[in-house]
Design a protein around this ligand. Structure first.
Ligand code: NAD
Length: 296
């Protein structure tokens, strides 16, 4: 039986609409809009696209967007000075420094400098630590988006076997922590895992965050498994000179075995920005001493 396709685009649109409503309520209560500052250093084309779409989505949701574009040769001291200024700016609830940064800048030093209360990417060690010990935290956007899709599809995740493929600080590790928090039995697989297909075959939930095109095939899956494909890989298309996007999962074979699966594009991708806006609003409420917004 063919898997049902998890429509991340539709879910993300719904979340953005809820963010819009909560943002309007926040403005009515506090007299100001929640604000997100995005910092881009250099001219990396992919980063420029991300920053532009983050800015657009922020404004479309009725939040305030502050964009800071710095030249590629910006020094670490100048970037840290900007972060310090944004930390102290009352109109800014969330700070996102677009990665990767040019080689003269130490990414960790920059992330460490962001006020954890404004760390809407959830990369600061304080937020990573809070997530790990089960406290309220700002959680990285992509894995939180994956969890939202899973809970929407499956409801209670308690007791389910989850296999996360990939152990990055941005996706794999926080994803594992989130699933553990939902009382899943969690396995984190990575490049040194032995017999990965056998490990994946145990899973009721598979989250693939590897960066290897169509690595996970249908014969790796337990029938009926829910598959979340985080991968975004550009590969050559059939027509000469063109490219297309594929995930870390071979959609065609996996869809014949899985119970539900996210497509690429249109699955996890659209969730990331929607969750970024959600995190900004959550941060704004906390900073204003208000209870967290409902329904987000
Ligand atoms: P990363 O390169 O930091 O981590 C990849 C992980 O995969 C590593 O932990 C590594 O151990 C593991 N790995 C590598 N080869 C493997 C193999 N053969 N078998 C098993 N594990 C292996 O990548 P990342 O930042 O976590 O991103 C992963 C993928 O998700 C990429 O395709 C990236 O583009 C995509 N991504 C998508 C979004 C989104 O918004 N949808 C956000 C972030 C990342």
């Amino acid at each position: 039986m063919a898997a049902s396709v998890i429509d991340g685009k539709a879910f993300a649109e719904g979340l953005r609409a809820r963010v819009g409503k909560a943002g309007a309520a926040f403005e009515a209560q506090t007299g100001r809009k929640a604000g997100l500052a995005v910092v881009l250093v250099g001219e990396d084309p992919a980063s420029q696209v991300y920053v532009r779409s983050k800015g657009k989505a922020t404004v479309a949701a009725g939040l305030e967007s502050f964009e800071h574009r710095l030249p590629v040769h910006t020094s670490q001291a100048d970037l840290l000075a900007l972060v310090a200024r944004l930390n102290g700016d009352e109109a800014v609830d969330g700070i996102l420094v677009q990665l990767p940064l040019p080689p003269q800048i130490d990414e960790k030093a920059v992330i460490d400098a962001i006020d954890p209360a404004k760390d809407v990417d959830g990369f600061h060690v304080v937020n990573a630590g809070r997530l790990a010990i089960g406290e309220d935290a700002l959680v990285p956007c992509t894995p939180l988006g994956c969890l939202m899709l899973l809970k929407d599809r499956l409801g209670d995740l308690s007791g389910l076997e989850a296999v996360v493929i990939g152990r990055s600080n941005i996706v794999g590790k926080p994803m594992a922590q989130l699933l553990l928090r939902e009382s899943c039995t969690v396995t984190v697989a990575h490049s040194r895992t032995r017999d990965l297909p056998a490990v994946v075959r145990r899973a009721d939930i598979v989250v693939a965050a590897v960066g290897r095109p169509e690595m996970v095939t249908g014969d790796w899956l337990k029938p009926g498994a829910t598959v979340i494909d985080v991968g975004i890989n550009r590969v050559p298309a059939a027509d000469e000179g063109r490219t297309r996007l594929v995930g870390d999962v071979d959609f065609a074979s996996a869809a014949g075995v899985a119970g539900a699966i996210t497509p690429v594009p249109g699955g996890v991708g659209p969730m990331t920005i929607a969750v970024l806006l959600r995190n900004t609003l959550v941060a704004a409420h906390a900073r204003a001493g208000l209870p967290p917004p409902e329904d987000l």
